[in-house]
Design a protein around this ligand. Structure first.
Ligand code: SF4
Length: 277
């Protein structure tokens, strides 16, 4: 909000430290796309209302997974997060809110039991449908060595890889639930999996920043419709060009997710699918 009020953002390149300015004038910003697992401060601070009053078009990715005190210890409870979803869909068109159930993961706990984080998927899907949310994006956990080590050290938990056949079965079951509720399923950076699926059941590769979707919601905008080459196109990322103005260093996240690989409080590196906000 300081950047908005100052008319621009000082953005540091995470790789070489160079700082550049990104203008924030509403006339030069087609839309602002947010990612979060918790919009409490944003909503309570009245920032959404302020941005709308200033003339910005907004789009929200809202990651809501099954609550789990070891995987996502710092988040508010599920009811509070679903309440935030409803508040957002009252502020912007519901199509401007995308639900992420991400990442889907399997793990062995300290007692040797194998579990996953899908327990509340149906409940969350029903609430999303009631709020008018019409898309869900998912992916499966990428088990980076540092994430594997941290899980063992901090929680005596072992993340488990899952074979493709099982992933396809799980996607199929998620898609069945979502279709019955009028929600479209998209996969994020899962090129191999999507190719194996073919066009089965209408599951599509997603794009977190989709110029087509923004224009479908807000009408024609001055957008390039070019792919963002800074993202993981080879892995299936379909994002269009955008400028990232956030910084895990300057605005660290305190949610403490066990599988986070984007936040320097928990890990070095840059946020990608599944591990980011
Ligand atoms: S940035 Fe990391 S710790 Fe923060 S909410 Fe996202 S995954 Fe969790």
């Amino acid at each position: 909000m300081e950047g908005i009020r100052a008319g621009g953002f000082q953005v540091e390149n995470p790789y070489n430290g160079r700082v550049s300015r990104v203008p924030a004038d509403p006339g030069r910003v087609a839309a602002i796309v947010f990612w979060s697992k918790n919009y409490h401060a944003f909503l309570e601070g009245g920032y959404a209302a302020e941005l709308l009053e200033r003339g910005y078009r907004l789009f929200f990715h809202f990651t809501v997974n099954s609550p789990h005190k070891v995987l996502e210890p710092g988040l508010p409870d599920l009811d509070e997060r679903l309440h935030q979803v409803r508040k957002l869909t009252e502020l912007v068109p519901p199509e401007a809110v995308n639900w992420r159930f991400d990442p889907v993961c399997w793990f062995r706990n300290g007692r040797g039991e194998v579990q996953n984080n899908l327990a509340d998927f149906v409940t969350i899907a029903e609430c999303m449908a009631r709020a008018g949310v019409s898309t869900c994006t998912t992916s499966f956990l990428d088990i980076y060595p540092k994430v594997r080590r941290r899980a063992q050290l901090e929680a005596r938990l072992e993340f488990m890889g899952v074979e493709q056949e099982k992933r396809i079965r799980v996607l199929g079951r998620m898609n069945q639930v979502l279709k019955s509720l009028g929600i479209r399923l998209q996969v994020c950076c899962e090129k191999e999996l999507w190719e194996a699926l073919g066009l089965q059941e209408g599951i599509r590769p997603g794009a977190c920043v989709s110029h087509e979707r923004l224009e479908a919601i807000y009408g024609p905008l001055a957008l390039s419709h070019r792919r963002d080459r800074g993202q993981r196109s080879a892995a299936g990322c379909g994002c269009h060009e955008s400028r990232d103005v956030g910084s895990y260093r300057r605005q660290p996240c305190g949610h403490g997710c066990l599988y986070c690989y984007g936040n320097p409080v928990r890990a070095e590196g840059r946020c990608g699918k599944g591990g980011g906000p």
